[in-house]
Write a protein that binds this ligand. Structure first.
Ligand SMILES: Cc1ncc(COP(=O)(O)O)c(C=O)c1O
Length: 350
């Protein structure tokens, strides 16, 4: 299938126009020279709709499109208190006249008298924000499940009063959200073809898995040779790839496509997320400083910094051989540079 056919297939889906596409795609001249590879960047952080864009807007175009088609008034979603997804959902709701309600888990406890980063933006945007503090001994999975339970009880109360609610899972990782990155892969394939060269790798950060599922589903539809390498920023168990394949397959099925993925279709690396989600690593902070000082652009410590650090290590070890053509997908998140110290770590120490 050609990228234009994929775009045609996607036309059947309801969609809200939230971002500015195609996002920029260009060569990083200084770093290409320094690293001995041909390095391009895809600026998904420039998606719009505000200055603080990122990969979630592409998913939200389909999610908000679906919510509006279903007549929803309230949009519920989840994440950490500094969730990029939650903030971009609120922006999108505001543009489309929907009411956003957030259930956010405080992995890093916010200071209500000194709000930072995305939580600050959520408040300026006037979202209804419920901050869920972790109980002693409660695991991340348990507190996430508790926040979903609380949100669903809230939705039930609104539904009982005759309102229509729409639930978007954490990270927008639903089959409908995933559709956004089938679209995203087709866009990258078109831009890569337009510069007249073939690319060996597409590198990105993976969290909830929707971006990865969509990119790899797009690769499958196009039968594209570029390898998609996904650096995990959370640390997932083996079920992650099965779940991501299921997500991609439901998305492909909804589009009426025959292709299907298995866990083996993903090139997923779980070695660069430590010390943990929203916990800074020296390597990610080195990567942030490198990109800032060589190219004048900003990564973030939670997602793109860790993926870029993974890519640099692959280059150093020759896993990505010298002379390779590589696209780094910048998924946004730089608002985290204005987050709590616990998220930034030693960023300013060098
Ligand atoms: C900046 C940034 N990069 C990457 C990701 C990972 O995307 P996904 O959740 O689709 O795996 C996220 C998700 O929140 C993000 O905010």
């Amino acid at each position: 299938m050609e990228p234009t056919n994929v775009k045609q297939l996607l036309k059947q889906k309801p969609k809200a126009n939230l971002g500015f596409y195609p996002t920029p795609f260009y060569r990083l001249e200084n770093l290409s020279k320094k690293l001995g590879i041909d390095l391009f960047i895809k600026r998904e952080d420039f998606s719009g709709q505000s200055l603080f864009g990122g990969n979630k807007i592409r998913k939200l175009e389909y999610l908000i499109g679906d919510a509006k088609e279903q007549g929803a008034e309230y949009i519920f979603t989840f994440g950490a208190t500094q969730s990029n997804h939650a903030m971009q959902t609120v922006e999108s709701c505001r543009k489309e006249g929907l009411t956003p309600i957030l259930y956010l888990v405080a992995y890093v406890e916010p200071d209500e008298n000194d709000l930072r980063s995305n939580l600050l933006l959520d408040r300026i945007l006037g979202a209804e924000v419920h901050v869920i503090l972790k109980n002693p001994g409660e695991s991340d999975a348990e507190v996430d499940a508790r926040s979903v339970k609380m949100a669903r009880e809230h939705m039930a109360r609104l539904t009982e009063k005759g309102h229509r609610c729409y639930e978007i899972p954490m990270g927008g990782a639903s089959p409908i959200g995933t559709t956004g990155f089938i679209n995203g892969f087709a866009e990258i394939a078109e831009q890569a073809a337009a510069v007249g060269q073939s690319f060996d790798y597409l590198i990105h950060a993976t969290g909830s898995g929707g971006t990865m599922a969509g990119l790899v589903a797009g690769k499958k539809l196009l039968d594209h040779p570029m390898r998609v390498v996904s650096f995990d920023v959370i640390g997932h168990d083996a079920s992650y790839l099965e779940n991501s394949a299921a997500l991609a397959n439901e998305s492909l099925e909804q589009l009426g496509a025959d292709d299907r993925l298995t866990a083996d279709d993903f090139e997923h690396d779980n070695n660069y997320y430590l010390p943990g989600y929203e916990m800074p690593s020296d390597a990610a902070n080195d990567a942030i400083r490198l990109l800032a000082r060589e190219e004048g652009l900003f990564l973030d410590p939670v997602y793109s910094g860790k993926a870029f650090a993974g890519m640099l290590d692959y280059i150093e070890k020759g896993i990505i051989p010298p002379g390779s053509s590589v696209i780094f997908l910048h998924t946004g998140g730089a608002t985290a540079l204005f987050a709590e110290k616990e998220i930034l770590g030693n960023l300013l120490e060098k």
